[in-house]
Design a protein around this ligand. Structure first.
Ligand code: G6P
Length: 613
């Protein structure tokens, strides 16, 4: 979604703003812009398109100054255009604003301001903000922003610069992410820490309805009522390199290869042989876990797919009934939440608007909320009662990979923890599972070392228009994720189907040469899946099989009769297989997208972090 960067200090602002905006590119955007105070006035440069287009414009008409705000916009109200891009300026030219979020009552505010003589020139909701601030401005930009914010409904993270007070940037947030960074050479605002990594490790998190005043040598925080708030800085441990491509052609490929480490990091200090799991939750206490009668798992996109796997494993290990929901459905369907219901929300970014709303919905009905999230300090982590952090590091590619595998690790660990507390699984079972979990990073490396096979599969199939993913049980949930991965980055139409459901519709689409990805990693369902594979090969399908290695090292799928080609995954416990089996599906999708010349890291129409409904 939109990205915000602001800087005030001793250095030139434009290069810092442009660099920060580039680091936020992964959030998805269609235009970019910045405002800089040049010593006597504010200068704004903005345009539709990539940041390179903005740089070109600045090269042609250089701007300079040591304070400024920048923005990347992902259009919601008003098409992507030069005019609609941010920053937006008040008609008087005194106030410049960058905004992430949606002002829900902008039409009412617009009518009000028009009544006061304000002229509007864009279709955006954002334009009401500089106008409203200008309306309240009488020499104190902090007070004007606070007054304007009190009249705005919706979500917003704002960076505000006033021509007549160029010594400070004012920031405020409500339901949209914003961090404040401090350094000896200047202070910053940004939508997330990845924009700040080369400049500082020291950041402050703003809570909803809090304001910050950022000056060259000082940062202060205030409530909407103007009361001073004391905050301690947090230290970011992510390395600069972790947020860059590290030699891989794309962030997605790099992140696929980071999975062994991400899995290892997520397991570390939680899964230790011979030691009972203790996840250190405050609100989700042992008595509460014992009393649980129902769990909801709610998320969006890939995180939802992780939840579907988690449902199966939690039910199997703990015996607690689990329901999975897509967050945008959950929040509007009036779910039945009784006492002893737990909501688990899963979110890489911790900022997905629907997931956050689902969390609030459940909390409002008395449920406790446990979040599985990757971004420390994100909105979801701050509102949940307890958090299980996935230590996947920054995920930049829009298509989620390492977040998914670490979300699975989180769900399995939580399932084991609950099973241990409830006495639902005996110690030997849990210890055996732990042992297998600790072998996953090495086995994930083995899978990655076979990437040539996936490249070959991709070269044989990349020019197809449709592909079908089949599986049963956990493989069906995995098929959903495999199909999504391919669809989102290669633009090939994909469908995922439960093997048993094939003959109720999808089989009508199978003809000579149709590509079917058959997932057969679950020993107990293998025979049934082989029957489904035969149903499609009989009708001419070209089947790529994914299965686990046989016990004796031989293939566990009958290659000669059933499938055209097979990829084998190292053996592990049945409920851990998806952690390994998703990796070849990610690689296959990646190589297909590359062969089709797609923009792998930034697929069209998609955003990494969906912070609006
Ligand atoms: C977007 C991203 C997906 C992600 C989903 C949920 O659609 O493109 O990769 O799975 O949002 O995001 P979250 O940050 O909540 O996991």
């Amino acid at each position: 979604m939109c990205g915000i960067v602001g800087y005030i200090g001793i250095n030139q602002a434009p290069p810092i703003l442009l660099d920060g905006l580039k680091r936020l590119e992964y959030r998805g955007y269609d235009s970019a812009g910045l405002t800089v105070y040049n010593g006597s006035d504010m200068e704004t440069v903005k345009c539709k398109g990539r940041i390179s287009a903005l740089e070109k414009k600045i090269d042609e008409r250089p701007v300079s100054g040591t304070v400024g705000i920048g923005h990347t916009r992902w259009a919601t109200h008003g098409e992507p255009s030069d005019l609609n891009s941010h920053p937006h300026i008040s008609p008087s030219g005194r106030v410049s604003v960058v905004h992430n979020g949606i002002i829900e009552n902008y039409q009412r505010l617009k009518a009000y301001l028009q009544g006061k003589g304000y002229v509007f020139s864009t279709e955006t909701d954002t334009e009401v903000i500089p106008h409203l601030i200008d309306y309240y401005y009488d020499g104190n930009i902090f007070e004007a922003v606070a007054k304007a914010a009190s009249r705005m409904h919706g979500s917003y993270a704002l960076g505000v610069l006033a021509r007549d007070e160029p010594g400070r940037i004012v920031a405020v947030r409500k339901d949209s992410p914003l961090v404040i960074g401090e350094s000896a050479e200047g202070n910053f605002i940004a939508s997330d820490v990845s924009a700040l990594l080369p400049y500082t490790r020291s950041v402050y998190y703003l809570n909803d309805n809090e304001l910050a005043v950022i000056e060259k040598g000082a940062i202060s925080f205030k409530s909407a009522e103007g009361e001073t708030i004391k905050k301690e800085p947090s230290t970011i441990t992510w390395s600069v390199d972790a947020a860059e491509k590290g030699g891989f052609e794309h962030f997605m490929l790099k992140e696929i290869h980071e999975q062994p480490k991400a899995i290892r990091d997520t397991l570390a200090s939680r899964v230790i042989p011979g030691r009972a799991i203790d996840l250190g939750f405050d609100a989700v206490t042992e008595p509460y876990i014992k009393s649980l009668e129902k769990i909801f798992i709610v998320a969006c996109g890939t995180a939802y797919h992780a939840g579907v796997i988690g449902k199966n494993i939690i039910e199997k290990l703990t015996g607690i009934p689990v329901e999975t929901d897509i967050a945008s459905e959950f929040r509007y369907r009036d779910p039945i939440i009784k006492e002893n219901t737990l909501l688990i929300v899963i979110s890489q970014s911790g900022e997905t608007a629907d997931t956050l709303a689902a969390l609030r919905e459940a909390k409002g009905k008395g449920s406790k909320v446990l979040a599985i999230a990757n971004v420390v300090g994100s909105s979801i982590t701050r509102e949940a009662d307890d958090v299980f952090y996935t230590w996947a590091g920054p995920e930049i590619a829009v298509a989620s990979t390492k977040a998914y595998t670490t979300q699975l690790i989180g769900l399995i660990t939580i399932a084991m923890y609950f099973a241990q507390i409830r006495g639902a699984a005996n110690v030997e079972t849990i210890e055996a599972l732990k042992k297998e979990m600790l072998l996953l990073p090495k086995k994930a490396e083995e899978v990655l070392s076979e990437k040539d096979t996936l490249q070959k599969f991709a070269s044989q199939t990349f020019n197809h228009h449709d592909m079908f993913y089949l599986g049963r049980g956990l493989d069906y949930a995995l098929a959903m994720e495999g199909a999504l991965k391919l669809k989102e980055i290669s633009y090939i139409h994909t469908e995922s189907y439960a093997g048993g459901e094939l003959k109720h519709g999808t089989i009508a689409l199978i003809e000579q040469g149709t590509v079917v990805i058959a997932l057969t990693t679950q020993e107990s369902l293998k025979e049934k899946m082989i029957s489904n594979i035969r149903e499609v090969t009989t009708r001419g399908a070209n089947v790529l099989g994914f299965t686990i290695k046989g016990k004796d090292g031989k293939s566990s799928l009958d290659v000669s009769n059933a499938v055209s080609a097979v990829f084998e995954i190292p053996r592990t416990d049945a409920c851990l297989v998806p952690v390994l089996a998703v990796i070849p599906l990610q690689l296959f999708a990646y190589y297909v997208a590359v062969l089709r010349g797609c923009d792998v890291d930034k697929p069209r129409n998609l955003a990494k972090s969906v912070t609006v409904e």
